[in-house]
Design a protein around this ligand. Structure first.
Ligand code: AHM
Ligand code: MG
Length: 338
């Protein structure tokens, strides 16, 4: 029996896992290696983002007279280029592209996986140095191997996700990634340029004290949502409180804090935007999968997010996601909306 090493890199970890999963082909590990590399490249761009003022503002020319690309566009191209050159991905759906990207070549057409991603979420925060992130999920294609993938391969409910993860480009850079078998956290060690296993077998606490919502939208929220937020404000020592309201406005950062410490994050629909803002396929499903594996869950207010059958690539959904017991209490309040 081979025991895991003390400090494993992402590559070593996926290889270790391969040894323990019967019938594993290594395809998912190969795909994960490309994702890890893409995120390291994005990380180095994110770290240099402040220099864009010196090199040239977005959409303008830098001192060399070259057009400066937007960081989310760079992140998107980095991902697609790397995956296109790998042999483990048949196509990509990205928040940055109107349509799916099909890697139509003989090798890619024989890959069983497709990737859905938001290459740089929260990019409105870049110019103020706030944490941003990458979110992704992997689906097994439903069309026959050997043919180019189609939209059908991407419009699958979240309960069909094979693996999902996110990277937070924060005070340190962390990758949270896993399958139904478990979620693990890796921290980028800049001295060796590798993600190293730092948070094995992550679990989300059943209770928490953080609640995260954009209060600027309060007047548009439903009665159920307002009622829950009031209950959060009124929490005292006697009933699990007091709670702390924390909203960064960068989903990966808000959700990461709540996953580790326990909490609830919501982006409800409003009267003017009944489906809220967040995208089902790129943002909500991967996060819902991660929370479910870690012991929490996510709903759209009516059903488990992972059970929604997508009909469009870029569709939006209200999102409530968090610690198990906090979610149960929220759902009691949401009954007011039925
Ligand atoms: P983006 O995909 O355009 O970056 O938008 C998604 C982001 C999330 O990270 C964050 O939770 C949300 O938008 C914040 O929106 P708001 O400013 O409306 O609260
Ligand atoms: Mg986004």
């Amino acid at each position: 029996m081979l025991h895991p090493r003390k400090l494993m890199t992402l590559d070593e970890f996926t290889i270790y896992e391969l040894r323990t999963v019967p019938h594993a082909t290594g395809e998912l590990s190969g795909l994960m290696r490309s994702i890890g590399l893409a995120c390291k490249k994005i990380n180095s761009q994110v770290n240099r983002a402040g220099l864009s003022d010196i090199l040239g503002a977005l959409g303008t020319e830098n001192v060399q007279g070259e057009e400066v690309q937007k960081l989310d566009d760079i992140a998107n191209r980095t991902f697609i280029d790397l995956l296109n050159h790998s042999i483990y991905c048949a196509g990509v759906g990205s928040e940055e592209n109107d349509d799916i990207v099909i890697f139509d070549d003989p090798i890619s057409n024989n890959s069983k996986y497709v990737l859905l991603m938001d290459p740089l979420d929260g990019s409105g925060n870049i110019d103020v140095g706030v944490s941003i992130g990458t979110i992704f999920s992997v689906l097994k294609r439903v069309t026959p191997l050997g043919t180019p993938v189609t939209i059908e391969d991407f419009l699958q409910p979240g309960n069909r996700i094979v693996a999902a993860g996110y990277v937070i480009y924060g005070s340190s850079t962390m990758l949270i990634y896993g399958t139904k078998r478990g979620m693990n956290g890796f921290t980028l060690d800049p001295t060796i340029g590798e993600f190293c296993l730092s948070h094995p077998n992550l679990k989300c606490p059943d209770n928490g004290k953080f609640y995260s919502a954009n209060y600027g939208n309060y007047l548009g929220f439903s009665e159920g949502v307002k009622s829950y937020l009031k209950a959060c404000e009124r929490k005292t020592k006697d009933n699990g409180g007091p709670y702390t309201e924390r909203y960064i406005g960068s989903m990966v950062a808000d959700i990461h804090r709540n996953l580790i410490k326990g909490g609830i994050f919501m982006y409800p629909g409003t009267m003017s935007k009944p489906n809220g803002k967040l995208r089902l396929l790129y943002e909500c499903n991967p996060m819902a999968f991660i929370y479910q594996v870690c012991g929490g869950y996510a709903t759209n207010g009516e059903m488990n997010v992972l059970d929604i059958q997508p009909t469009e690539l870029h569709q939006r959904t209200p999102l409530f996601i968090g610690s198990k017991n906090m979610m149960a209490e929220l759902e009691e309040h949401l009954k007011l909306d039925l």
